[in-house]
Ligand binder design. Structure first.
Ligand SMILES: [Fe+2]
Length: 299
């Protein structure tokens, strides 16, 4: 019996607020198996397009523990890699946005000009903690996020990572009211912006934590950006958001830090992450492919 991965039976989900015993059992097991540093999450692979049985099993083990794994393969700029990895972990429904390429991947590099230059992923600036797609409609939330590094920056560009289940766990252990507040359907509002085809995107309001009623799994929608996020004007929500921010910026537990080198990548259930600012070598600028999926990894 696995106490780490939520079961397919939603009645037994550790994320039910009315079942404290199930939550305690799950959270003790989860913390016991959570790695102390990012190195434990790295699995070396010969060819990410065709994982061996043992590579796949090693990656599955990390994914079940932390909702993420880093693979390290040979330097390779093949755009098929993130899509092939997605298929090997059961995700195919790609999220395409107006800045993605025809194959559905986003090519993340600092753009000097053009339509991408106004959007922070396509700059060399730091990006605050978030989960991907927090501005998407409720029925288009991102459940899996994959990154493949073709070229790291000359300097900087590290990521911090935190399993969103750990963020939930720490908040709930301290005060379950934090979770109640962040599950409010109007906890976090993203002001209007731009979406596919350059069309205006309406305001998006939704919860931070949501438990999928069919599977009992946890999804998180978060951004620490100050200018394009409005927290509900309600003391419990504001208190919970402040505590979440302190956990992400503190060193108390769980925050992992590392740098993707050429040939490395991240496979995740859209865990919390940020990105440090970076400096490019103009001869070989930082280049990553990103794939976002509506499905959760089949783990
Ligand atoms: Fe992101």
């Amino acid at each position: 019996m696995s106490l780490v991965t939520p079961t397919a039976d939603p009645a037994r989900s550790p994320f039910r607020l009315d079942d404290d015993a199930a939550f305690r059992r799950w959270s003790d097991a989860k913390l016991a198996r959570y790695p102390a540093d990012l190195g434990e999450l790295v699995v070396e692979v010969k060819d990410p397009r065709r994982l061996t049985r043992s590579e796949h099993a090693a990656m599955l083990d990390r994914l079940r523990r932390t909702n993420m794994v880093l693979y390290a393969g040979p330097a390779d700029a093949d755009r098929a890699i993130p899509l092939a990895l997605g298929r090997q972990f059961g995700v195919t429904r790609l999220d395409r946005n107006w800045l993605s390429d025809p194959d559905g991947l986003s090519t993340l590099a600092a753009a000097a000009d053009g339509r991408r230059a106004g959007y922070i992923p396509y700059t060399d600036r730091a990006i605050r903690w978030h989960t991907d797609g927090y501005y998407n409609a409720a029925d288009r939330q991102i459940h899996a996020l994959l990154l493949h590094c073709v070229e790291p920056a000359a300097q900087g560009g590290e990521n911090r990572l935190l399993d969103h289940e750990i963020a939930y766990l720490l908040l709930r252990r301290e005060n379950p009211d934090y979770i109640r507040a962040l599950m409010a359907p109007d906890a976090l509002t993203i002001p209007p912006g731009t979406e596919a085809g350059g069309l205006a995107r309406p305001e998006r309001t939704g919860p931070v934590f949501r438990v999928d009623p069919a599977s009992g799994t946890l999804h998180m929608r978060h951004t620490a950006r100050r200018h394009n996020a409005v927290w509900k004007d309600d003391p419990p929500v504001r208190a919970a958001a402040r505590r979440l921010h302190a956990i992400l910026e503190g060193s108390e537990a769980g925050v992992l830090r590392g740098l993707l080198q050429a040939g490395m990548g991240l496979i995740s259930n859209n865990v919390l992450h940020d990105r440090a600012a970076f400096e490019d070598d103009p001869e070989s600028p930082r280049l990553l492919y990103r794939a976002r999926f509506y499905d959760r990894l089949d783990i």
